[in-house]
Each structure stands twice: as C-alpha cells, then as structure tokens.
Write a protein that binds this ligand. Structure first.
Ligand code: BES
Ligand code: ZN
Length: 707
C-alpha cells in the first residue's frame, strides 16, 4: 500500500482482531518505546495489508499521539487521511496521551485556573472554589482522545461529548456552576474522577468558564501535609505544605492532572494570622486586615507544579530576585548556605537563555518534606537537610533551578517520559557545576561519575531486568511514585553525555542544541519521540544512535563511560584498601568525594568491608563529626550491613530527625535485609516516629519492612 494512497482516501483501518490482544499491545509498545520501524497488520473491509508505520509521512509527524491513543484503547485504530493529518500540524490542536489521568483533556482543555481558598488548620482542609477557563477542542480532533475508551464495535463513541471529566481524589464537591446555571456532576471514587455534565452549555461556546465549590478531605489529601506545631522545627505554629508531583494535584483540587496540560493561574488565599501562604507563583497583593494573599502565575504550568505552603515564615534576600524563606530559627543558616544562588542562576541563564519566572525564591521546609528538592516555579521547595553549613549540597539548588528550563518550561508529556525532565536537568546541573567551579571540567566529570555510581546502586537495588530501570517505561495502571528511582536521572544524563561526546563531538555545538531545544519546546510538552526527531534533524549523524538500547533496555547503559578524574581516582584508591582509610586521608577528600567513596564500598563486589574495618574507620575518622546527610546515610548503611552496634543510637537519632525519602528508604530496607534480629526494635521505633514522616513515605517504608 503506497503512502500516497493513504493520504487520498480516508481509511479507517482496524488492527485485525484475529491476533491475540497481547500481540497487538506488544506491537504498539515496541514501536512506541523503541522509535524503530514497526509494522502493524491492518485490515479495511476485505483488504488487508502490512503498514510500515515509520515510513508514512503522516506518522512521522504525529505517530506517538495516535499510537498512544491506540495503546490506551487497547485496540489499534488508525484514521488516515489528509484532513486529519492537517489537524495535527497546528500547535493548538496537539493531542496528548497520559495513562495516569482519566481526564478528557483532548476534548476540553483548561488554560487558566483561579483558586479562591481558605486554609483551615482546625479541620486540616482547604475549602472554597476553583474556577477554570476551558477551551472546547475541535470535535474531529477529539476522536483521537487518548482517554476515551473505544466501544465494542470499534466505533468512536460520541456519548461523552457533553461531559467534562476531571481527576479528583478524595474531594468533597459541593456544586458546579456555569455562569448562573448549576451543572449536574458525579463523583466516581473508583476512578478518582469528577464528571460534569456540560450539555446545558451552548455548543458554540468555545471558551467556557466554570466554578467548582469544594473542599479537600481532612488528612486524606495525598498532596497536602498538615503538621501540628510539634512537628515543625520551631514548634510554635502549625504548618501545611503541598507536594503534587507526580499525580497528587488531584487531591488538592479537581483538575486535568497530567503534565500535558498547562494552565496559567491566579489565587486568593486566606489563612489564620500570623501565618502566611507561599505559592509557586508571584505574590501580587496582601490584605493585612483579613490576612488575604493574592498570587499570579503568568506562565502556563501543569498541575504537578501547583504548590502551596502555609506557616510561620521569615525570609532573607540573597539578591533582588532571590529570597529564602524558612522557619525563624533557620534563617541564619539559610543565609550562608544559599549565598551563591545568584551565580548559579546567572550561569544557567548563560547556558539556557533568560530566566522567565521573574523571581527565584526558595522555601526550606520542615524535616518531614520527603524530597531533597522540588522545583515549584518561583518558589523551589528544599529539604532542611541541605543546611549542612559547608555549602556541600549547593548542587541540589543547581539541580532545582535548572528545572526552571528543563521541566518547567520544557515538560515531559506524561510520566513515562520522566527522563526528559530529570535526565536533562541532571546533565545540565553537572555542566553548571563546571561553570561555577571554573575548573576545566573536573567538577563536571566528578559529579557525573558520582551519578554513575548512584545508578549502579539503583540497578543493584532494583535488579538489572527491572522495567523501571529503562529510560522510558510504561505506566498503565501504575502510580508513577511506585516506578520512581534514580535511573531516569543518571542514565538520562549518561545518554546526553554520550550524545555530546561520542555523536556530536563538540561541547559548543551540543550547548547550542540545548539552547535551541529549550527555545523550541518552551511552554510546550514533548515525549521521547519528539526529542529524537528534533535531535536527528539538528544532527543528522545521530541517525546511527541505537536508541532502543538506550531507551528500552533495563539495567546499566549500553556503554560504560569513563569520566576519568583525579577526584574519582583518589576515592577508588581508598576503596580498594578500606583498612587503610585514615582521618588524614579523609580530610583530603571533599564531602562529595566521601559520599562517592562510601557508594563504592556499598556497591563493591565482592565486598572488602568487614565489621572490624567499619570499627576502625569509625574510630580513626570520628565519623560522628560529619553532618552532611548524604555522607551519614551511606555510612550508616554500611554500619547496618556490618551490624556495627556501636552507632545504633546515632542511626536512630538520624532516622528520627530526618524525613527525606532518600535517607529513610535505604536505611530501613538495610535493617530488614542485613540485620533481621534488630527488626523488633526498628518496628517499635518506626511506630513511634512515623508521625514525623510524610504519610506517602510511611506507606512505602511499611511496604519494605512490613507493619
Ligand atoms: N522533581 C523532583 C522531585 C520529584 C520527582 C518529586 C518525582 C516527585 C516525583 C526534583 O527535582 C528532584 O529531582 N529531587 C531530588 C533531588 C535532586 C537534587 C536530584 C530528590 O528529592 O531526591
Ligand atoms: Zn529533578
């Protein structure tokens, strides 16, 4: 069947159902994941043919979208014709796929959100309303919606035309209004959806505004953590913060909870005095009498970047566009730790283009914050564990601020392409460290070597055949939190390193590409195919890259990268003979080298570490002098593995004072794996302290150590 014929006649082609469903699924999957040529067997009436997907022009420009849809519907239906082809070429009509959202964003699309919310610390909930501006998308285009199930006889259903489906988790919806009309709605707890009947809205209305009155559920909202004053650092006032990434925004407000849909937003927030709210936006006004705060985000952002925190907060200005917020007792430490942030932001601008978010502020959260950092626009959320006192965790800020470009401007279409957010950010973070260190690449190479070793740890932990150690993975019926691991960061960064060094062979040209990529995809979303297509267009020599090996094969990357640095060599030397590690030698290492050394010891096979060596290192190097959490948790992991009981108290103290997922998961898991006799004590401790840990993390730890 020639491709010309495909464009002249409108064909509705259905994959032959003779093949088992599993096979059809595999076909699509193979295509989508590998970006390699794949064929599908198609049938139209009594004619059948094999169509080479990649070779039809039409599919080159929009293959992923259609195949994604097909995959979601579990029944591949392609509609091929001139008209439809054109519908895909304009930006406005771009259709997305997201296995983790039930919302029908290809039919209606939110482009502005307004929040009017009260923060109720007595009942632990937000209540008020959210107002959406929604665009009704062209009927024709909607036929490819990724989220609407196909009907039995393979016809595209039209019965959902008049329905707006939003993601909603544990929300109490009171009413939905269109102008003065009440709209009927239905909550479906099984699908975590809110379906609104839009029939009463005139069909010709393209831009629609609706208002939803609702409240979040007390203490059941996955996005919101409500803390009593005892759970904060200063123990004076209660605190509340949100963490929406990856799919928790739906428990904060009903929404199209997919990174594919971007919306500007405004907000009016009322909270009790003397608390103040901060958001991932610019504050525009404050009414002192009523303690009402107004915010505005003029850059369109996906739901996972909606963020709010409310607490007793003070601030310190690092520069005229950078302010650090924290509980009062931590203000001085913040001043010192983040002083170099302006340099980092300028370096990022030099590499990636102008910073587009007006302000870059940082909020240091209470210890229960489960991440090291979260790139909420205008207001990054950062763990208090970064306040080490020696700026050894500056790279965390560099990472989060880099997301202002890769992630927040250029966004992964759905969480299957998470590496586009994190891999790019991790790769660029290392480049920025080189600019900051002004050292001809040593800092960059060492940081990348560290990432590689992290990747080794993750692959050991997850197993080298685990599908979540692929760069791109499937998330049908999987919560992205369950797939979360560091592969997408470090294998992603390794792929970009490989492309820069072995394919493009010029850092200058590669940097030009990065700038151009950011410019092209800013304010948009993309998937892996879009990236490859753009990259191959930019660098024709990239056609020789075996993308499938990099993207769809679990385990370590297909090639081993030698970062060859002196900083790394020193650590390797010590790791070979750990019995010789002395305080003097440790003093020659910087904090990140010590982290690296411990990672080498943890990953070593066969291990050279014994109980006696651990004891010796502890005594010689006074390990209790170190306060960098990244050093401590790896050291403690080694101690647990060797059942080094002398530091047990310290380990529990560390587990009690820190709430970062990165620390808690490996330590609790190590107890379970290496020191089973200690488990009764660990369980007892965990029960006592879990009120200080983020509820989602509590669940994950319980999965690892049992209840
Ligand atoms: N966006 C991530 C955090 C995240 C990822 C939250 C997935 C929820 C789901 C953030 O940018 C990040 O990568 N944080 C890292 C630290 C960073 C310095 C590598 C973390 O918190 O471990
Ligand atoms: Zn990140």
């Amino acid at each position: 069947m020639s491709s010309t014929m495909l464009f002249i006649v409108l064909l509705v082609i259905t994959v032959a159902r003779a093949a088992p469903v599993q096979d059809e699924t595999c076909d699509v999957q193979a295509y989508r994941q590998s970006h390699c040529t794949a064929s599908v067997f198609v049938q139209h009436g009594c004619t059948s043919a094999t169509v080479d997907l990649i070779h039809t022009n039409f599919l080159q420009s929009c293959s992923s979208v259609r195949l994604n849809w097909a995959y979601a519907a579990n029944n591949l239906t392609l509609i091929i014709g001139r008209q439809e082809h054109q519908a895909f070429t304009s930006d406005h009509s771009y259709l997305y796929y997201d296995p983790n959202s039930i919302s029908n964003f290809n039919r209606f699309r939110v482009n502005h959100t307004h929040f009017d919310l009260n923060v109720d610390f007595d009942r632990h909930l937000l209540h008020g309303h959210v107002q959406f501006n929604i665009v009704r998308l062209d009927q024709k285009q909607c036929e490819y919606s990724s989220t609407i199930k196909n009907t039995e006889n393979n016809e595209i259903p039209h019965n959902l035309d008049g329905k707006l489906i939003l993601d909603a988790h544990q929300l109490n919806v009171e009413k939905v209004m269109y102008e003065t009309t009440l709209l009927p709605f239905e909550i479906n707890p099984e699908h975590n959806s809110l379906t609104i009947d839009m029939e009463q809205i005139p069909k010709e209305a393209i831009s629609i505004s609706i208002v939803i009155n609702y409240s979040t559920s007390p203490d059941q909202s996955k996005a919101l953590q409500w803390m009593t004053k005892e759970q904060t650092a200063d123990r004076q006032y209660p605190f509340m913060y949100s963490q929406c990434q990856a799919i928790h925004a739906r428990s904060m407000y009903p929404c199209q909870d997919t990174p594919g849909v971007k919306s500007t937003y405004t907000a009016k927030i009322i909270c009790p005095k003397p608390l103040i709210p901060l958001m991932s936006a610019i504050q525009t006004k404050h009414d002192v009498d009523t303690n009402t705060f107004y915010f505005e985000q003029t850059v369109a952002v996906p739901s996972y970047l909606m963020a709010i925190a409310v607490g007793h907060l003070v601030s310190y200005d690092i520069s005229d566009r950078i302010r650090v917020w924290s509980e009062p007792s931590r203000r001085e430490r913040c001043k010192y730790e983040f002083e170099e942030t302006e340099c980092a932001l300028s370096a990022a601008e030099q590499l990636l283009g102008k910073y587009q978010w007006k302000r870059y502020d940082i909020l240091v959260l209470p210890p229960s914050f489960p991440y090291t950092g979260m790139e909420n626009p205008c207001m990054n959320f950062i763990s208090p564990a970064t306040l080490v006192g020696d700026r050894s965790l500056t790279w965390v800020i560099v990472h989060e601020l880099t997301h202002s470009w890769t992630g927040n401007l250029v966004t992964n279409e759905n969480w299957e392409h998470f590496w586009l957010n994190e891999g790019f950010t991790t790769f660029i973070e290392a480049k920025l460290l080189e600019i900051l260190a002004k050292d001809n690449g040593e800092a960059r190479r060492f940081h990348s070597a560290q990432g590689w070793e992290e990747l080794e740890s993750t692959i050991i932990e997850f197993g080298s055949t685990n599908p979540y150690t692929c760069l791109v993975y499937r998330l049908q019926n999987v919560d992205p939190d369950d797939a979360y691991n560091s592969t997408q960061y470090h294998k992603g960064a390794a792929l970009l390193w490989f492309l820069e060094h072995d394919i493009v062979c010029s850092e200058v040209e590669f940097d030009q590409f990065l700038r151009s990529y950011v410019q092209k995809f800013s304010h948009r979303v993309l998937n892996t195919d879009d990236f490859i297509q753009y990259f191959e267009l930019y660098f024709p020599q990239a056609k020789k890259v075996d993308w499938k090996l990099w993207l769809n094969t679990p385990g370590m990357p297909p090639i081993t990268i030698n970062f060859s640095t002196e900083l790394e060599r020193q650590c390797r030397q010590l790791a070979k003979q750990p019995s010789l590690i002395s305080d003097a030698q440790m003093k020659l290492l910087n904090a990140n080298q010590i982290v690296y050394l411990f990672n080498l010891l943890l990953n070593q096979k066969p291990s050279t570490i014994t109980y006696d060596i651990i004891k010796q290192i502890d005594k010689n190097c006074q390990m209790n002098q170190y306060s960098n959490g990244d050093i401590c948790y790896r050291w403690y992991q080694l101690c647990i593995r060797m059942k080094y009981i002398e530091v047990l108290e310290d380990i529990f103290k560390f587990l009690g004072e820190n709430g970062e997922m990165k620390f808690l998961k490996p330590l609790y898991t190590e107890f379970k794996l290496s020191w089973p006799e200690m488990m009764p004590k660990v369980h007892e401790f965990f029960e006592e302290h879990k009120k200080y840990i983020h509820p989602l993390l509590v669940q994950q730890i319980e999965q690892r150590i049992g209840k």
